[in-house]
Design a protein. Structure first.
Length: 648
């Protein structure tokens, strides 16, 4: 069954492929060529790369070309080859089977969020991460967006397990919805597993799902795969990268990562393990592209601690309120440490923050000295200079604790000139407006507000260009697929890979729904798989489809007019009404005349049908058309028209 579908998809893929990512492919020959042609548009300054490119044009066989290049260098000088081993990607090639490993992307490519990747080799499949995305402004009423699981469901007979890299929502947020469809073991580190368990119990799945706790350095066998977990730094503790091994070779998926040489939890990313794997030979690297546009290195989390320390001094005897992401345990730890040193108590505001801190402290990821934490109800017992309130809402989310404080609607915290508010986060693109609204409201209430632009009150959890280069240079993959980011991030990351010496023929910018086949000889898009966005709205999963979304947008933009009338069931004659009601269209009092016209027109339409031989559907449609035309003529607007004809 699944094979059949996939076979069919493969034929479709050829068309989709060229339409989507490879528009510039004029000759449309092979995948490799198409990538090459597309890339020609980009400017590359390094002469070395230019040479590689022209060489590539002459040569037909990519592998032959590489060998040729290597012999050239070896001839030049031995020492040169030795020292520049990594940058030239001369790598030890492990013996590998000819059967390719297939990687299908269900989310996280050309978007930030809903990360989900499937690996398939022979009769085994594993899934890496299962995250959600937050809705865009035109996805009205949607709580969040999850990937389409059809492809995984079709393959559930060969599905061996789900591996999670870390506990952020864009990696675990859709997991419960997947587990309701396919119940397979989950593998995650301790904190990640703790956060997942919290979600499972919300979904009443706690006793149904097997969760295996792993730690960095562990390796688990899953059918034809084995998966090794490697420690990385990120803005949540216990994040890991994965080395996914099968007979086709080793694929490294970094998950979200940065290199923090002075991390809060004492552990630095296991660079030496990446280097070892690189020396053993890595078939492909899938790496985090979120910060590929940012030059240099990301700053260490401990930098934020230094800033906090000076801001605590600056706050003097005022109360301090800090907004941050609930999951940033390291930051919460730093706030607690400084609060203890300066004799302040810490209160938490916001359900997600309380949950995460409870789980993290139970599992030993955050150390809170006794008597430090107080309930939000207790804050009135302490003077302002003895308080720090940590809150959610750093993205200006309308229902969050900080937004409620800013609008004067928080039940326990009212903002005054004696408050010093620190927003310890960067607005996620798209959230700027709401964040600045909150800042303005807080300032209006007299508070001193400090946000990212003013001091280093936030550092990113994602690697910048130099760190990405280092990862590429250590892992020395044969092939490279930038993941986790919008098109611009993926493009930047591809260029970064070229700048450290990767052949652009071995870099692939892919898309959600693509199946990529990888073997030691070749990397190509070999098909497409079912993929898409599933809207979650309250308890409804997927019941809000494109049609409902269009209706919501229509209602939101133009409002609705409802025409009600009672007609004689047999003759079709008007018995009462019609009445015309509008919502979100015009203010009825001001448009009384227009409404009267609509009533008269409706009456006319109903009367125009011959008695005893009327068609209720035709009557409905004619009402819709005529009222719609009238409204457009008078207002140049197209509200939704809903006739409700009752037959008695
Ligand atoms: Zn993350
Ligand atoms: Zn992420």
């Amino acid at each position: 069954m699944s094979k059949e579908i996939k076979q069919k998809n493969k034929t479709d893929a050829v068309n989709t492929k060229e339409n989507k990512s490879f528009k510039n492919n004029k000759n449309g020959k092979t995948k490799k060529n198409s990538v090459k042609n597309q890339k020609k548009g980009n400017e590359f300054k390094s002469t070395k790369q230019k040479n590689v490119r022209s060489e590539g044009k002459k040569s037909v066989d990519g592998k032959k070309r590489q060998e040729k290049k290597m012999t050239k260098q070896t001839k030049k000088t031995n020492s040169y080859q030795k020292s520049s081993k990594s940058s030239n990607y001369s790598r030890i090639t492990p013996p590998a089977s000819n059967i390719p490993v297939k990687i299908s992307f269900l989310g996280g490519i050309n978007e930030v969020g809903k990360n989900m990747t499937c690996y398939e080799y022979e009769k085994s499949m594993i899934v890496v991460d299962c995250g959600l995305a937050f809705p865009e402004s035109d996805q009205l009423g949607v709580d969040f967006v999850i990937p389409d699981f059809t492809f995984v469901e079709r393959n559930k007979d060969i599905l061996k397990g789900i591996i999670i890299t870390h506990g952020h929502e864009d990696h675990i947020g859709a997991l419960c919805y997947l587990l309701k469809k396919v119940n397979v073991p989950v593998y995650a580190t301790l904190l990640t597993a703790g956060l997942i368990r919290g979600k499972l119990s919300e979904h009443k799945l706690d006793h149904e799902v097997e969760i295996n706790v792993v730690k960095a350095g562990d390796e688990v066998n899953l059918g034809d795969f084995s998966v090794e977990f490697i420690k990385v730094n990120h803005s949540i503790p216990d994040a890991v990268a994965l080395a996914i091994k099968c007979a086709a070779g080793t694929v490294i998926q970094t998950g979200d990562f940065k290199i923090d040489t002075s991390p809060i939890d004492g552990g630095i990313i296991d660079l030496s393990r990446f280097a070892e794997l690189g020396n053993e030979g890595v078939l492909c690297l899938l790496s985090d592209s979120t910060n590929a546009e940012q030059p240099g290195y990301s700053q260490s989390e401990s930098k934020v601690g230094e800033t906090f320390r000076s801001l605590f001094t600056r706050a003097g005897d005022r109360r301090i309120i800090i907004a941050t992401f609930a999951s940033n345990i390291h930051r919460v730890q730093q706030i607690i440490d400084i609060a203890v040193q300066t004799g302040r108590k810490v209160a938490l505001s916001g359900r997600s923050l309380e949950n995460v801190v409870a789980i993290a402290s139970e599992l030993g990821y955050v150390n809170i000295p006794d008597g430090t934490l107080i309930g939000i109800d207790e804050i009135k017992k302490y003077s302002d200079d003895r308080l720090v309130i940590v809150t959610t809402g750093s993205q200006g989310e309308p229902m969050s604790a900080l937004s409620r404080m800013a609008s004067g609607n928080h039940r326990k915290v009212s903002i005054s000139f004696n408050d010093c508010v620190i927003i310890s986060a960067r607005p996620i693109p798209g959230n700027e407006k709401t964040v600045y609204r909150v800042i303005n409201d807080l300032l209006r209430l007299g508070a001193d507000v400090i946000y990212e632009k003013m001091y280093d009150v936030h550092v990113s959890g994602h690697a910048c260009q130099e760190e990405l280069k280092l990862m590429l240079s250590l892992v020395k993959p044969k092939y490279f697929i930038p993941v986790h980011g919008e098109q611009k991030h993926l493009r930047y990351h591809a260029r970064i890979a070229e700048s450290v010496g990767m052949d652009y023929n071995n870099i692939l910018i892919t898309d959600n729904g693509y199946e990529v086949s990888l073997s030691n000889k070749n990397m190509s898009v070999s098909g497409t798989v079912a993929h898409g966005k599933v809207y979650v709205d309250g308890y409804g999963v997927g019941d809000v489809g494109t049609r409902v979304m269009k209706e919501r947008q229509h209602l939101g933009q133009d409002g609705i007019i409802i025409i009600t009338a009672t007609i004689d069931g047999a003759s079709g004659e008007l018995l009462s009404g019609p009445e015309v009601l509008s919502k979100g269209f015009v203010y009825v009092k001001e448009a009384e005349l227009l409404m009267k016209e609509a009533v008269a027109l409706s009456m006319h339409v109903i009367d125009s049908f011959p008695p005893y031989s009327y068609d209720i559907n035709a009557m409905n449609n004619k009402l819709k058309d005529e009222i719609s035309r009238l409204m457009y003529e008078r207002t140049k607007r197209s509200p939704m028209i809903l006739p409700v004809l009752m037959r008695v």
